[in-house]
Ligand binder design. Structure first.
Ligand SMILES: [Zn+2]
Ligand SMILES: [Zn+2]
Length: 248
């Protein structure tokens, strides 16, 4: 499997930095995890829309804003006869108004399916499962496995979900973890997001092979996230837009 980084920043995009998004590919299977603001600029239209699967981890703006434009593009390319199959969109069913807003988009060419804690999704040789996090809205960590390699995406989470995520991530090849905060920012240990240190602690306790940090505050130096995590966990990298991570 391969990961292409589409977006790493929150709550807004800046030049060269998009809100969260990750393209996972395995053979011909394409899965986009989250559609943050700006990620469409890194997609190859209309080819990437063909047989595309999109999973939205939670309905916070920084994770689904570009979905609307992508849906509209699917509508246009279908009208042009250049997109035959509907794109598959998997998403949580709350907050209800946001969910209904997305599904009520008429100018789109998509199918929708709800995700939940016990849900299993099979796409070709890929199995996808979910673990619910503590976060202000219904939010899931996502596990993607081809039976040999496993990728975990924490999405957004409070550290109060730590034990659950450690168990869910056990011995994964790659843990893509939010690291919105640094210890020096001075937030309480339990808040809505993780520090780089907390992300690294989860990686260490789950015994994953590689930690990929993401979901950065736009005004913060990226190297500070790296340094804080590196003190706890050795094999850590900072996600960067356009970078590709090949899993050995
Ligand atoms: Zn977020
Ligand atoms: Zn969030």
């Amino acid at each position: 499997m391969k990961i292409k980084i589409l977006g790493t920043q929150s709550p807004y995009s800046t030049e060269g930095h998009n809100c969260p998004g990750y393209m996972i590919t395995s053979g011909d299977t394409k899965i986009i995890l989250d559609c943050g603001s700006g990620i469409n600029s890194l997609l190859n239209f209309p080819n990437d829309l063909k047989d595309l699967n999109i999973i939205i981890s939670h309905l916070h703006r920084d994770h689904y804003n570009d979905l609307f434009n992508l849906l509209y593009a699917s509508f246009v390319f279908n009208k042009q006869g250049r997109l035959e199959k509907r794109i598959n969109v998997y998403l949580p069913e709350t907050p209800k108004l946001t969910y209904e807003d997305i599904l009520s988009e008429k100018d789109s060419y998509a199918k929708y399916e709800v995700i939940a804690e016990n849900k299993e999704i099979f796409i070709n040789n890929i199995k996808i499962t979910f673990s619910k996090n503590e976060h202000p809205v219904e939010t899931y960590s996502i596990k993607i496995t081809d039976g040999v390699q496993t990728i975990i995406y924490t999405s957004d989470t409070s550290y109060s979900s730590k034990d659950k995520i450690v168990q869910f991530s056990n011995k994964a090849d790659v843990l893509i973890s939010e690291a919105s905060l640094l210890v020096s920012h001075g937030f309480p240990e339990i808040c809505n997001h993780l520090t780089a240190k907390q992300a690294a602690t989860i990686a260490k306790e789950a015994n994953v092979k590689k930690l990929v940090l993401t979901h950065f505050w736009p005004e913060e130096e990226l190297n500070n996230y790296y340094k804080e995590a590196k003190e706890v966990f050795d094999n850590v990298i900072v996600a960067k837009e356009k970078n590709e991570i090949e899993i050995e």
